[in-house]
Design a protein around this ligand. Structure first.
Ligand code: ATP
Ligand code: MG
Length: 449
């Protein structure tokens, strides 16, 4: 894995500094008018070009590809830079000092440059799909166009070279301009090969607020049942990405193409409930637990059905915990009726985020035009909060032990009691006051008061 001629990252980074201006200028000259924001190159992008340069210096072709090219053209924030190359995985490994064979069977090597990581994938076609999920084998190829042809959507099938030339054999740039989602090649065949692409098409349409081109949309509806072959985990990942973009658009597309039933575990059939769900989730801030709980409420799931849905969708344990917090907080009644003390107690018990979610759920579902007011209200209470956990008490467990409380479960109970006292009266969070109160309680208990 280690190379004979490793890339001396630091040194190359230093060498490249002098070239930034050229890169930047060359970049702007070639792609002026198309490339928005090209005058600013951050470190992640600079290092990506260095990886490409190293591959080229060894006689290979290499390009930025996929999401980073799409997002660069849209002047959106770039999440990660993927690189496609004619070099074979072993060749990639031999050229860089630090690599990880992330998906070596599919031609992907991660190249590490300091704290940055790039996925470098050999040009490939996907071979035969036997199960509608994964190619049974991949074939490495020498042509960029073949590699681009295996990609899902035209807007994701573009590559950019160091010379500033955009390789766009399927009209991705035009589709970006016309705000259109279109499969590469015959959409039915592409969805048959890998049904996850159906969800990716819907997700990108929702994320970018694009239209899905007619043939692609029709193929989605026709191939929707192939989603049954996709693992729950992969479906969940896409579903959550949809929920975090424009969930109202995503839900409408899922309804329109009748794909919802393959995603959402046992969805209710009543479409008006889903219209409401789309509306509520679309209005809430982009928080997964908040939007998920709003959906559950909008479609009227009771607790047992929520639990089944959480299992069915294989939600992560942290998301399940956050949803359970909301279920449990329902017993505290409407936030509109909470007193200051209740806010303090709920903050202490559930934390700020859970209380914020509870209030925003209330705002979206019961008090639609007052999201901002509710956020401010939660913020106001947050600033007043005297105690978030036992560590915020003016006394410690050690203080209590010194005051004669035996270590063990009793100690925890005394601390909790003191915490409740402070929540009722924040001014009492003073060491002397609390220790004095402790002695009074103990005396009362032993009848010495
Ligand atoms: P994101 O912003 O969500 O990361 P992305 O386009 O980078 O978007 P990735 O999942 O990171 O998405 O995939 C990188 C690239 O790999 C895509 O741009 C696309 O070219 C290709 N790709 C990903 N998944 C598929 C798929 N299921 N079928 C065909 N090509 C795919
Ligand atoms: Mg990506």
């Amino acid at each position: 894995m280690a190379s004979d001629q490793p890339l001396a990252t630091e040194q190359r980074e230093r060498e490249s500094v002098g070239r930034d201006a050229w890169w930047t200028n060359g970049w702007l000259l070639i792609v002026a008018g198309v490339w928005k924001g090209g005058d600013r190159m951050d470190r992640a992008e600079k290092c990506a070009w260095q990886v490409i340069e190293t591959l080229e210096a060894a006689g290979h072709q290499a390009y930025l590809v996929g999401g980073c090219v799409r997002d660069r053209l849209l002047a959106r924030q770039i999440v990660d830079y993927d690189i496609t190359t004619s070099a074979r995985p072993e060749e990639v490994q031999s050229l860089f000092a630090q690599t990880v064979p992330t998906g070596i069977r599919h031609g992907t090597i991660s190249v590490l440059v300091g704290s940055l990581q790039y996925e470098v994938t050999t040009f490939r076609t996907d071979g035969e799909y036997t199960d509608g999920r994964r190619p049974s084998e991949v074939q490495f190829v020498r042509s960029l166009v073949e590699d681009l042809a295996r990609r899902d959507l035209t807007i994701n099938a573009m590559a950019l070279g160091r010379d500033g030339i955009l390789h766009d054999p399927f009209g991705g740039q035009r589709d970006l301009e016309q705000q259109r989602i279109r499969a590469v090649g015959d959409p039915r065949r592409r969805f048959e090969e890998d049904a996850l692409r159906i969800l990716r098409a819907i997700r990108f349409a929702a994320q970018l607020r694009f239209e899905i081109e007619e043939r692609t949309l029709q193929a989605i509806a026709e191939e929707a049942s192939s989603l049954q072959a996709i693992s729950r985990e992969r479906i969940r990942e896409e579903w959550h990405k949809m929920l975090l973009t424009h969930p109202d658009l995503a839900i409408r597309l899922l309804l329109q193409t009748d794909t919802l039933r393959y995603i959402f575990f046992r969805p209710p059939a009543d479409r008006t409930l889903w219209q409401r769900a789309a509306d509520w989730a679309g209005r809430a801030p982009a928080d997964l637990a908040l939007r998920t709980f709003l959906l559950y409420s909008a479609i009227g799931l009771d607790q047992p059905r929520m639990e089944k849905n959480m299992q069915g969708l294989k939600l992560s344990s942290s998301l399940k915990r956050e949803l359970h917090e909301q279920i449990s907080m329902q017993s505290s009644g409407s936030p509109a009726a909470w007193s200051d003390l209740q806010f303090r107690q709920l903050f202490f018990e559930y934390g700020h985020r859970a209380v914020w979610r509870r209030c925003l759920i209330h705002a979206v579902s019961q008090d639609a035009n007052r999201l901002q007011a509710w956020s401010e209200r939660v913020d106001h209470h947050r600033q007043q909060q005297p105690l978030w956990n036992l560590q915020d008490l003016a006394v410690t467990g050690q203080d209590l032990i010194r005051a004669g409380i035996p270590a063990g479960p009793a100690l925890g109970r005394w601390l909790q009691r003191l915490a409740q006292l402070v929540l009722r009266d924040p001014a009492k969070n003073e060491r002397e006051v609390l220790l004095h109160q402790l002695q009074r309680w103990r005396a009362e208990e032993t009848g010495d008061a």
